[in-house]
Write a protein that binds this ligand. Structure first.
Ligand SMILES: NC(=O)c1ccc[n+]([C@@H]2O[C@H](COP(=O)([O-])OP(=O)(O)OC[C@H]3O[C@@H](n4cnc5c(N)ncnc54)[C@H](O)[C@@H]3O)[C@@H](O)[C@H]2O)c1
Length: 440
């Protein structure tokens, strides 16, 4: 197998998973790293060295397009701040590279159109890493629905809970501003909206959303008495006793990626802001109503300040009902458990509960549906996705991790997941239902 030369742009926390995955594959060479922060790029080069891989060349993001040619890059991984994905996706497609982008594909309809147009013009290849598709429980649900276990699906009721540690993290970082993340309907719910599109084999046609910032933010924190008076946690005595604060120095990766970059003066990115602070313009409580082209509807609710984390999805069909319940984390202690759950991304949460798939056919007793569980982050989904995207590890350690073929999400899937979030954001502004066809 010839060696594929890869570039990673956006060498933050999530990118570590890709740096490790590519370094572990003999048929990949991480040849280029790019980030506004040289400290964060150096963190990834140190990671490569620790895995016995050669160091990669580095460049500033503004030089990225030219560097793709200079370094003969075949594949590009985009793991930057969401609102910047389109810049690097289009540059890489124009340079003839295969592109893998983190979700969401982008954050608004205009950027999405630019990506789809560039794909059309270049005939290139773009994959969106919807890792939730690779969770074996989600795959089992997909199989059951596809095999007609509950007949034709008429409606879905979906509740997603983010807890007061992981959910709170979106209110400390760049995600707290819509111009960077698109808000949680785009940034986070894109996972869920993609799952429903995929489970139903359907495209969303109309979206109505209601929601607001009802828990985090200065005003809410002052009203509830949960706010403590500090701007960012690092160096603050007030924050030391705040269960909503994150201690970046307690996690060697967070310390090296963010605190060290600030100290070196090459990044002004403050990753530990007060969740009850100012300048938060995303919602933390969202209700969404969606109609699909199959005639099915979905009611969806996201809460980002819950005591536990997980989700419940119920499908109502002409032959019965299917219920999925996943407790990713049953509770959060006021101090994070060491090594698990201080932030999120590539870690399994600290107090996982049960996952259950319950089939309730009409006129029959309900029955639990078994499925083959896999270990690892995002219900084992990350490992299986990496195998499909980049091939097997070669040492056999990801044996059994292969998903059934066809989980890979394309740019079209990325756009259809985005459609619900973007239309939802428009509906939040207008107060009226929004037709997705009117978006692009
Ligand atoms: N699929 C998942 O489960 C999952 C989990 C975590 C993160 N993600 C995604 O991964 C991406 C990165 O998230 P993260 O948590 O690692 O964030 P992060 O803040 O740790 O990393 C983002 C990086 O982008 C860099 N950056 C900022 N502006 C840039 C620009 N204009 N050009 C190039 N780079 C720029 C930052 O310096 C930073 O290093 C996001 O798109 C996020 O949605 C996905």
């Amino acid at each position: 197998m010839t060696t594929r030369r890869a570039a990673i742009i956006g060498t933050g926390h999530r990118a570590q998973m890709y740096t490790q995955a590519l370094a572990a594959r003999a048929h990949y060479d991480v040849a280029l790293l790019s980030d506004p922060s040289p400290t964060r790029a150096a963190h990834h080069n140190a990671l490569l060295a620790s895995l016995g891989a050669r160091p990669a060349a580095t460049c500033a993001p503004e030089d990225f397009a030219a560097a793709l040619r200079t370094h003969s890059i075949d594949e590009v991984l985009v793991t930057t701040v969401d609102a910047t994905h389109h810049t690097y996706i289009t540059a890489a497609l124009k340079a003839g590279c295969r592109v893998v982008t983190e979700k969401p594909m982008t954050t608004d309809a205009a950027k999405c159109t630019t990506i789809l147009d560039t794909l059309d013009r270049t005939g290139g290849e773009l994959s969106v890493t919807f890792n939730y598709r690779y969770n074996p429980a989600h795959e089992k649900v997909w199989q059951l629905l596809r095999d007609g276990a509950i007949g034709a699906i008429r409606s879905v009721h979906f509740e997603w809970l983010l807890d007061v540690r992981h959910g709170a993290d979106y209110f400390r970082r760049w995600h707290r501003e819509k111009r960077h993340s698109g808000g949680l309907l785009v940034h986070k719910s894109g996972h869920h909206f993609d799952l429903v599109n995929w489970w139903l084999g359907a495209a969303p046609t109309r979206v109505h959303a209601e929601g607001g910032l009802v828990f985090y933010g200065r005003d809410n924190g002052e009203r509830t008495g949960l706010r403590r008076d500090y701007v960012r946690a690092h160096g603050s005595a007030e924050a030391a006793a705040d269960p909503f604060a994150i201690d970046l120095t307690a996690d060697p990766d967070l310390d090296s990626l963010y605190v060290a970059a600030e100290a070196a003066g090459d990044s002004a990115y403050v990753r530990d802001r007060n969740v009850f602070g100012d300048a938060i313009d995303i919602e933390d409580d969202l209700s969404v109503l969606v109609r699909y082209d199959t005639g099915a509807t979905m009611t969806y609710h996201l809460t980002a300040y819950s005591p536990w984390e997980g989700y419940r999805v119920m499908f109502n069909g002409t032959g019965g009902r299917l219920e999925l319940e996943v407790e990713e984390n049953t509770w959060q202690p006021p101090r994070p458990t060491a090594g698990a759950g201080g932030s999120h991304g590539g870690v399994v949460m600290a107090h996982p509960g049960r996952t259950s798939i319950l089939l309730r056919p009409l006129w029959e007793e309900p029955r639990e549906i078994g499925y083959e569980k896999t270990a690892g982050s995002h219900g084992g989904g990350d490992l299986r996705m990496l195998k499909e995207l980049f091939g097997p590890l070669g040492d056999g350690s990801d044996e059994g991790a292969a998903p059934a073929a066809g989980k890979g999400a394309t740019a079209r899937d990325g756009a259809l997941a985005l459609a619900v979030g973007v239309a939802g954001n428009a509906s939040l502004v207008s107060g009226a239902p929004v037709e997705t066809a009117a978006l692009w």
